[in-house]
Ligand binder design. Structure first.
Ligand code: PEP
Length: 253
């Protein structure tokens, strides 16, 4: 089945109200509405409200970079899935390696967050990926299998359409290094096979994104791979023209 490519921008802890990134992107996107790809930008929490207004009507979706497992309550500093819906988000990134490392998030917490987000009606971009040491010791597939099984909520009804998996080798994030196209396809094909084992035919509609130093110069080859359905883009999503140039290399449906 045809999976509409998803081009997702992860701004991480970057962006101020004074920046013009959101405005530039919205202007580019408004040029034409029938793009074969879907686009989502995930700014820091502080910009969600402003960005939501800026991109309204542009066709770009709004996403966040994390959420709590509860709807509300005594959880200082946290943001709930309900709050993200309230501010206009349709997506949330969960399990990013920087949250796994900076905040000690493990698979079971990530799964709980994914369940809460899906239950609140958000689409989830669930990140998995091996470290350099794990790749060097030949554990790439094993690590991705463990993270997928441990963090993906298989029993959720919406698992097929509302769940997106992002394969992000940790050693490729922000480093300018990427696996070869062949290596990316190998891991994506493996993840697709694992998804079929977990959720059956619904796996056919789950989009698998590649993330890690994707740039306008390497996006065409990566996005054309058979089991790659888009990208999760960090650094290059902070330059509207680069992000846009990547998106435009998505193969037509
Ligand atoms: C990311 O952090 O999700 C990412 C892919 O970053 P970058 O594109 O900068 O490697």
């Amino acid at each position: 089945m045809a999976r509409r490519p998803l081009i997702a921008g992860n701004w991480k802890m970057n962006g101020l109200l004074a920046d013009s990134l959101a405005d530039t992107l919205a202007t580019l996107m408004r040029k034409k509405q029938d793009w074969p790809f879907e686009m989502v930008v995930c700014p820091p929490f502080t910009l969600l409200h402003y960005l939501g207004k800026t991109i309204a009507g542009s066709g770009i979706a709004l996403g966040a970079q994390d959420c709590h497992i509860k709807e509300s309550g005594a959880h200082t500093g946290d943001i709930s899935p309900l709050m993200l819906k309230d501010v206009g988000c349709t997506y949330v990134i969960l399990g990013h390696s920087e949250r796994r490392m900076d905040h000690g998030e493990g698979d079971s917490l990530i799964m709980a967050k994914a369940k809460a987000a899906l239950a609140a009606g958000l689409k989830v971009i669930l990140c998995i990926g091996e470290t350099e040491a794990e790749r060097d010791s030949g554990k790439t597939l094993e690590v991705n299998q463990t993270q997928l099984k441990g963090s993906m909520p298989v029993e959720v009804e919406a698992a097929d359409t509302d769940l997106v998996i992002a394969y992000e080798p940790v050693w490729a994030i922000g480093t300018g290094r990427t696996p070869t196209d062949r290596e990316i396809q190998e891991v994506h094909a493996f993840i697709r096979k694992e998804l079929i084992a977990l959720i059956g035919t619904a796996a056919d509609s789950v989009r698998l994104l590649y993330g890690g130093s994707m740039k306008p110069g390497n996006a065409g080859g990566i996005l054309a791979l058979p089991d790659v359905d888009g990208g999760l883009i960090g650094g290059a999503s902070l330059k509207a023209e680069d992000f846009w140039a990547i998106a435009q290399q998505s193969p037509a449906l």
